[in-house]
Design a protein around this ligand. Structure first.
Ligand code: GUN
Length: 689
């Protein structure tokens, strides 16, 4: 493979910073800056036992693309034959690994073997002195079978040791601040809150591993694991990577990553190999009776399971460890790609069938997301891009996908019926024209039928019933809501919406007509009049859900709008009565893009579009069209959301630019590196009258 990474130190001012480059809700692709390169997350740190070295670290780097590994500083400290060379030449030389080296502190040894004989400051100083990149303080392991008081003591003792550990680390050693608390959500949240706010002389913790979970995973208690991750995410600083200590089974990657976990470590690849077991993304397989390999593999290519069984033990372990590492890396790559393509939750759904315990954990999450009653579910939903091109392959789990829940929430909170019907009369208590037939694009399949129905009853609002719920016809090209791929029986078994649901939409549930295809001829002028009304309603519906502008304000703003069209007749650009281009409906995903003129108008109306106040020194760059970078933002409205438009203003409230956010408000105020908002247009001073 020959993967190579740049192992040179980051810029001093970046040391320990974490930047998110791509996201799918809470799942993120990040970059952690260290003195031996930039750690790209999500990533697994293979555990290297410095006494055994089942696979040489250099081979891991060169053949398996391992950019960072974890070893145990206590084991090095304890064995003189390792300690002395580590102190003399550094840990990178000791392990012959030029990439990023993370070390643990001996806490796990104290859990397995009882007391250990190293001090809190001593083990941090040792990690510093051997040149580790990210070390670990000596935390107190909280076992799931301990009493609340014992677990509380473990949390508080760890917190108490934190400041001296951070100070002892000095300016160059980054530290892990582990989160303990056993199975108690409140203790996990308290631990995360306290560890997240400790500040040392040089810096706070760089990474927060979730500790004490090995016994939970050994018993396959994945529901407990998920509850712990959620409790930690509630209070942990959002700008710090989260590591699952001792978790390295590929089966757990998608769900953990979807909840915002960034790092994994595990000796499983080597331990399972010794035991003749293969890791797979669906669980563990013993080679015992295998006739063929369950997964294609570079490592196992050309050798059969029976030949491997015949091998002498060391040769077999070496081979299986390499296979286990290969498959682990491949599943992580698959997860990262799923984040890039916005499909991490679909991967979570697939993998949830790998074991009953994993399915139980997923079903718990599914309920939580659908009910959306707590901060973490709401953060997961609100941070998922609600507009994305492409289609949605529908299964019975898909209704819990966070980006669809986000889209539904926007419809529920922001969509209202048009104020007037196509005759220009005020709509009084509008009824429903329910579309239960036809397929997307509905503008092609049912528009003529809608026009016929509205010609008879102008006070109906067309709504489409879809497997994902009701979709107003004026949002009919919103992807992915308009591209639900479900088999026919799902479409044909859709039922009428409840009265309450229709009332939520501001419609009269006693006045429902089901759209039918009559083929009746409609006079051309009437047809055009209704068609124009539908088009206008579409623009104002998009302004409602994507720009948070009321129908009323949009109708005033775009009263005598003109448009230009694509070759297929769809509206491409919208102009105000005085001919200024203010917005463009996006044909590929059904969203809407503001122009500078549009942003200026919305700003001057005092629209409800979220605003972000930029620091003085960044203003000239952003006016010039450069993106808004973290660390240059003074304030932000709480309802800013990834994938949606926002206005960028100075501290006097004057418009500087407009853009599309990549973050939630919490993230904007926490991160200090990376892009916060992609600027779509900078407003030059001379452009403001
Ligand atoms: N390795 C696995 N679990 C733990 C933990 O809770 N703390 C530390 N320091 N290392 C671990």
């Amino acid at each position: 493979m020959g993967a190579r990474f740049d192992t040179s130190p980051c810029r001093p001012q970046d040391l320990g910073k974490f930047e998110v480059t791509t996201r799918d809700g809470a799942a993120r692709l990040g970059r952690l800056f260290t003195n031996h390169g930039i750690l790209e997350t999500p990533m697994l740190l293979p555990v290297v036992n410095p006494n055994i070295r089942t696979i040489e670290p250099r081979e891991m780097l060169e053949d398996f693309g391992v950019q960072a590994l974890i070893t145990n500083s206590y084991v090095i400290w304890k064995h003189e034959k390792l300690r002395l060379p580590a102190l003399e030449q550094g840990v990178h030389q000791l392990l012959d690994f030029p990439g990023i080296i993370v070390t643990d502190s001996g806490t796990f040894q104290s859990y397995v073997y009882g007391d250990i004989d190293v001090g809190v400051k001593e083990i941090v100083a040792f990690q510093r002195d051997i040149g580790v990149d990210i070390g670990t303080m000596l935390d107190v392991f909280g076992r799931p079978d301990q009493s609340i008081d014992e677990l509380k003591d473990a949390v508080l003792e760890t917190v108490q040791r934190a400041p001296e550990s951070l100070d002892e680390a000095g300016p160059d050693l980054l530290l892990n601040g582990p989160i303990q608390g056993g199975l108690h959500d409140f203790l996990r949240s308290e631990s995360a809150e306290k560890m997240g706010s400790v500040s040392g002389k040089f810096r706070g913790f760089t990474v927060h591993p979730i500790g004490g979970i090995v016994p939970i995973m050994e018993r396959h208690r994945y529901l407990d694991l998920v509850k712990i991750i959620l409790a930690v995410k509630e209070t942990i600083p959002v700008n710090r990577p989260i590591h699952l200590f001792g978790c390295g089974h590929p089966m757990l990657f998608p769900m953990s990553i979807a909840l915002g976990v960034d790092l994994f470590d595990s000796a499983a690849y080597a331990l399972f190999a010794r035991d003749g077991r293969l890791l797979t993304p669906h669980g563990t397989v013993r080679i015992g009776n295998l006739k063929e390999w369950p997964f294609p593999s570079r490592i196992l290519n050309g050798v059969t399971p029976s030949e491997v069984r015949e091998m002498e033990e060391k040769q077999r372990t070496d081979l299986l460890a390499r296979y286990n590492l290969e498959i682990t890396q491949a599943e992580l790559a698959r997860c990262r790609e799923a984040v890039r393509s916005g499909k991490i939750w679909s991967l979570v759904e697939q993998r949830s069938h790998s074991s009953p315990e994993l399915r139980e954990a997923y079903l718990f999450l599914k309920d939580k997301l659908i009910l959306n009653e707590d901060i973490t579910s709401s953060e997961i939903i609100r941070s998922s891009f609600p507009v994305r091109s492409g289609s949605e392959r529908w299964t019975s789990d898909s209704g819990a996908r966070p980006h669809l829940l986000h889209a539904n929430a926007l419809i529920c909170e922001r969509w209202t019926p048009p104020l007037t019907n196509w005759k220009g009369e005020t709509m009084q208590n509008p009824g429903v024209l329910l579309i239960m037939s036809g397929r997307s694009p509905w503008r092609d399949s049912v528009k003529s039928d809608i026009i016929r129905a509205l010609s008879h009853n102008p006070n109906l609002i067309p709504l489409i019933q879809t497997p994902n719920g009701l979709l107003p016809f004026d949002l009919e090209d919103w992807a992915p809501l308009c591209h639900i791929q479900a088999f026919d029986s799902i479409w044909s078994s859709l039922t009428l919406p409840s009265d309450d649901k229709l009332r939520e939409f501001g419609l009269d549930p006693t006045n429902i007509s089901i759209l039918e295809s009559t083929g009746e001829a409609i006079e051309k002028e009437l047809r055009n009049q209704i068609f124009n009304w539908l088009e206008k309603s579409q623009i104002s519906a998009k302004c409602s859900v994507f720009l948070n502008a009321s129908r009323e304000s949009t109708e005033k703003w775009l009263e005598d709008m003109t448009v230009d069209r694509s070759s297929t007749g769809r509206i491409r650009n919208v102009f105000t009565a005085d001919g200024r281009h203010v917005l463009s409906p996006r044909l590929h995903d059904g969203g809407i893009s503001l122009t500078n003129e549009g942003a200026k108008d919305l700003h001057s109306f005092g629209a409800r579009l979220p605003k972000l106040v930029l620091q003085e020194d960044a203003i000239p760059f952003v006016r010039d069209g450069r993106n808004v970078i973290h660390g240059f933002i003074e304030e932000v409205d709480a309802h800013i959301a990834p994938g949606l438009a926002c206005l960028i203003v100075n501290s006097n409230g004057e418009l500087v630019a407009h853009g599309v956010s990549k973050c939630t408000s919490n993230e904007i105020m926490s991160f200090s590196k990376g892009i916060a908002v992609r600027t779509r247009g900078g407003i030059k001073i001379q452009d403001i009258e």
